[in-house]
Design a protein around this ligand. Structure first.
Ligand code: CP
Length: 298
């Protein structure tokens, strides 16, 4: 996300807005007719993989899916660079999710077609950020937003990408996490260099009345080197009906999903819950990214 200007982000969000009726199946627009989009997912995914598939299909393109890593030649020891070199000759664009930090940037160096990062390690998840920004713009507002980013701020790649983008809109950010899972200091320093003052706390109760958006995240069990450390922090922060008694009536609660225990199901039926709409907005935003990256629109 550090590569994008505010104008570029706004252009992508405007494009997604134009494509939303297509994402809902209300209009037809076969922008990707004749294009092949390869999906390479080396980590589990439901939303990113399936919303990319939905986006391609709604726009009339075709999917080339690596499928499960176990059924591919990765199991014979093929490295990522060779896999990318080969698949970039089969497709017009590659969407990559990979457990290694920096894998998407590395893949871009070996690919003859555009790479979209569908999540690399614990570092970035930029397409999630575009759908998060789209959700916030649609359901609340971006400029000067008061937002709390809560949960696993250490390993959660969605919050890392999101806070860089929000800094372009002069958002007021509060980071809420157990002390063990604080936002990496280099990100806090980067934000301070951008003149963004961030507050940090370990208590949702202290800040919930002051924010317009609560962006909740799960504790990323799979990224903990020590399972005992995960057990200590896994249930430290939770959004419940009680927590929401005295909140801003326009509060929106977002979550990239999947959730584990950090939002109780009773919250789903409140007017604050926005996470299932948010998951839908992945389709128009990924349509916009695919159409722009393949060059079928400008
Ligand atoms: N939000 C998100 O990336 O979900 P998936 O892991 O299911 O793709």
């Amino acid at each position: 996300m550090k590569d994008f200007s505010r104008e570029e982000i706004d252009h992508i969000l405007d494009t997604a807005e134009r494509l939303e009726p297509v994402a809902r199946g209300e209009e037809k627009l076969k922008l990707l007719d004749g294009k092949i989009i390869a999906l390479l997912f080396f980590e589990p995914s439901t939303r990113t993989r399936m919303s990319f598939e939905a986006a391609v299909q709604r726009l009339g393109g075709k999917i080339l899916n690596l499928g499960s890593v176990e059924a591919s030649s990765v199991m014979k020891g093929e490295n990522l660079a060779d896999t990318i070199r080969v698949i970039s000759n089969y497709a017009d664009l590659i969407v990559l999710r990979h457990p290694l930090d920096g894998s998407a940037r590395m893949a871009a160096e070996f690919s003859s077609v555009p790479i979209i990062n569908g999540g690399d390690g614990s570092v970035n998840h930029p397409t999630q950020t575009f759908l998060d920004l789209y959700t916030i713009r649609r359901e609340s507002h971006l400029e000067g937003l008061k937002i709390a980013l809560a949960g696993d701020l250490k390993y959660g790649r969605t919050v890392h990408s999101l806070c860089y983008a929000l800094s372009l809109y002069e958002a007021e950010m509060i980071f809420v996490s157990p002390p063990e899972l604080r936002m990496p200091p280099e990100i806090v320093r980067d934000l301070q260099k951008r003149n963004i003052n961030v507050k940090e706390t370990d208590s949702l109760e202290k800040i919930i009345g002051d924010v317009e958006v609560l962006y909740m995240t799960r504790v990323q069990r799979e990224r903990f080197p020590d399972p005992e450390e995960y057990e200590k922090v896994k249930n430290r922060l939770k959004v419940t009906g009680d927590l929401l008694r005295n909140v801003n009536p326009n509060l929106k609660i977002l979550h990239p999903l999947p959730r584990v225990n950090e939002i109780s199901p009773e919250v789903d039926s409140t007017p604050y819950a926005c996470y299932f709409e948010q998951a839908f907005y992945g389709v128009p935003t990924r349509m916009a990214l695919l159409a722009l990256a393949t060059g079928v629109i400008e």
